[in-house]
Design a protein around this ligand. Structure first.
Ligand SMILES: NC(=O)c1ccc[n+]([C@@H]2O[C@H](COP(=O)([O-])OP(=O)(O)OC[C@H]3O[C@@H](n4cnc5c(N)ncnc54)[C@H](O)[C@@H]3O)[C@@H](O)[C@H]2O)c1
Ligand SMILES: Nc1ncnc2c1ncn2[C@@H]1O[C@H](COP(=O)(O)OP(=O)(O)OP(=O)(O)O)[C@@H](O)[C@H]1O
Length: 271
């Protein structure tokens, strides 16, 4: 078994948890430590992109998972240390129990879709949450032309446009007024950030669709994948988003999606 262990940067408690995990896992498991964690433990380390394992234990929060998903290969078990940890499966109090379950193979798996993002027909990258096309200048609105399957849908003036997956529908798109897509749904949702005077509401399209977006105006915009990778674009650039043939697998031990929804998303409203 090949195991990758990645921690949030500058997180002493994450490093401590990683050390404990190294004491528990079987000696015959091959371990790949992310570079910064390895340096803290005075062991051999690997860049994110060189970590290709059966299982990736990610200790931190959502962003560390999203960053790992950008660059590393493997099924992800997230251990939440500190933040919201919506994508994380394990909370602080059940780390050892979860690692023993992992060793015994006592877990379920679920796959989430990825998006392929092209700029001018060249693959820019993939993401599991969302693609955000945002104005590059604060308080300078952009006009976004959106095409679905090459059919013109609408020009909307806004701060930005979000194309989210089901797993990402509970993040930026949700904050922008978008719907929650159940993770098993194979679809994308297009939401707008602060749309100006538009009656256009978020729109859901099938996994087979191609979504093309141009950002019109003399200032640049920025394309951001999962908050982890970005590139400037201008009005001559065309961004195309399609559901990828690749997917990402998460390890699940207890929390169902609805449990995470109740406890991590609507908790402030309901309780
Ligand atoms: N206003 C907003 O809600 C807003 C703004 C910018 C980015 N984001 C999200 O942040 C993500 C990047 O995460 P980060 O931690 O690096 O950024 P970050 O540190 O700015 O955190 C953004 C927040 O979104 C939460 N989050 C991330 N993925 C989620 C998901 N699938 N469902 C529910 N909540 C989720 C994180 O836990 C964190 O609380 C982007 O993919 C985007 O979806 C949200
Ligand atoms: N090992 C790393 N190397 C470089 N950057 C990292 C690393 N781990 C995390 N980051 C960056 O730090 C940001 C914040 O990390 P993370 O989201 O895990 O913490 P958090 O915000 O406290 O948790 P949550 O997102 O669950 O609220 C991430 O967006 C990610 O880009």
């Amino acid at each position: 078994m090949k195991i990758g262990i990645i921690t949030r940067v500058n997180c002493a408690s994450c490093i401590k948890i990683a050390k404990r995990i190294l004491e528990i896992i079987p000696e015959d498991w091959e371990v790949f430590l992310e570079m910064k964690l390895a340096m803290a433990l005075h062991k051999k380390g690997y860049n994110f992109s060189n970590i290709k394992a059966d299982i990736l234990i990610v200790i931190g929060g959502d962003g560390t998972i999203l960053r790992t998903a950008q660059f590393s290969k493997g099924k992800i078990l997230g251990i939440n240390v500190g933040g919201l940890g919506f994508l994380s499966e394990v909370e602080i109090g059940s780390i050892e129990e979860s690692i023993y379950n992992l060793i015994r193979g006592n877990y379920r798996e679920y796959s989430v879709m990825k998006l392929d993002v092209f700029i001018n027909n060249r693959l820019f990258g993939k993401c599991i949450n969302d693609v955000v096309i945002h104005t590059g200048k604060i308080s300078k609105i952009r006009k976004f032309s959106v095409y679905i399957d090459d059919k013109f849908m609408e020009n909307t003036s806004a701060d930005g446009v979000i194309v989210a997956t089901p797993i990402g529908s509970t993040s930026y798109s949700y904050s922008a007024g978008g719907p929650i897509l159940i993770p098993s749904l194979r679809a994308m949702v297009i939401s707008y950030i602060a749309p100006f005077g538009s009656r256009l509401r978020p729109i859901v399209c099938p996994e087979t669709s191609s979504v093309k977006i141009k950002s019109i105006g003399k200032y640049d915009s920025i394309v951001i994948l999962d908050g982890q990778k970005e590139r400037k674009i201008n009005e001559n650039d065309m961004v195309e988003i399609r559901v990828s043939r690749e997917h990402l697998t998460f390890i699940e031990m207890k929390d169902s999606f609805f449990e995470r929804l109740r406890t991590k998303l609507i908790k402030d409203v309901v309780n």
